[in-house]
Design a protein around this ligand. Sequence first.
Ligand code: NAD
Length: 483
Amino acid sequence: MKQNETMQFNYIANASVPSLTGKTIPVLDPSDGQVFDEIQRSNAHDIDVAVRSARDCLELVWSRLSAAERGRLLMRLSAKVAEHLDELALLEQRDCGKPVKQARADAAALVRYFEFYAGACDKLHGDTIPYLDGYSVMTWREPHGVTGHVIPWNYPMQIFGRSVGGALAAGNVCVVKPAEDACLSLLRVAQLATEVGFPAGALNIVTGYGHEIGDALARHPGIDHISFTGSPRVGTLIQQVAAERHCPVTLELGGKSPQIVFADADLDAAIPAIVNAIVQNAGQTCSAGSRLLVEQSIYEPLLERLGQAFEKLRVGPAAMDLDVGPLIRQNQQQRVWDFLSDAHVAGIPMVAQGQIVDEAPDTGFYQAPTLLRDVPVNHRLAQEEVFGPVLCAMSFKDENHAVELANATQFGLAAGVWTRDGARQFRMAKRIKSGQVFINNYGAGGGVELPFGGVKSSGYGREKGFEALYGFTTLKTVALRHG
Ligand code: NAD
């Protein structure tokens, strides 16, 4: 029997509205696999209503606000989210199975995104360009208009903050389609936006399945730009659909990011960062450090120390706030099991595994963190995104070999380099094909201010930081002859 406590509605034009379909999707708690809520299963008509309300808001209200006024609204939203941090973190914890500290970190990141973009609104300038005598030429950064945002389930609040925060700051209005597994926190944030004075239609949220309404959003002629964060497969589909009407797209896709450890590295600093980079959010992180490349001379001792660290990791319900929570859903768990079964068949040795605690219900979607070694570079474990807490180790001979292995996947999102050699730090940063290179750290501090994105199949376009505002605007050149 269904155990739902509430039912969530779409949020369009500052009001909670049911889908025109009358259909719903059950919401499961990944910690016990039980249904506890429902969201709307919307369709293309609901998307159309949201896009129209966004367009009206853009033309009648939002485009008439000054950049400073937009900034004040975003700052008020940041403060409001901070006031509701406990509530939002609890929603995310239950909806996504995030351990308490991760859910709170995500809510805190959302506060910071709105704060950062609030301050950025009135700092986005064009240029004046020297030209012919008697001419003045300037460039204006103009918003695209109505932007569509397709969000994944792994970090709903964080990805919403970086994508929608940047878009609103640049003067756009937004229609958001969260992942069907993770809508609750974002629906609540939209209500908070109304409470702080956002005009009706500036921020709309429509829930439902990707192939139904994600696709409808990408196809809608009233959408002027699409920001997509998700898998490379769906990124391709979105891009194809958008190409038919020449709609610009920002793609933030997956990764198979290497952690590269040289023999001169500070291992005391590297080990906790390497472990965290693969177990944070149960490995369901686009920039998870899922490949470990180690210089031959320290391969054995490093694996021994990492093995000890993995054995201490404890996995359990989100509310227990252990090292690792559950995976998002059963088919994600099955996906990880399939990878591990392939590893077994291929004879890939397992170094160590963490432990699932006795309190974890059998109906939850748990997976113990797993360290594998000697993974052949061409095996799918070294090539494909597992999106679970599985770290694949391999050794390298020298710097050239390290670069060759680091670049040997279709992805190019992030890389960690651990070495004390300053010249090598720069050489590695230059030679690794990825959007981010972290040297002697791995993504510490959240990085709201730092531009983020990928190369190759990790996508293109940059979100986060000031750089995102260039992607959420289009440049107009104005040439004036006055002589
Ligand atoms: P997904 O691609 O399955 O889903 C992402 C979103 O797309 C969801 O909202 C989904 O409903 C929607 N969608 C699905 N089919 C669609 C379609 N045909 N048309 C339009 N929209 C559709 O990805 P996921 O499983 O939710 O997230 C995991 C993936 O996201 C991983 O590959 C991960 O690396 C990637 N990711 C990347 C970043 C980054 O910044 N690069 C950040 C987080 C996650």
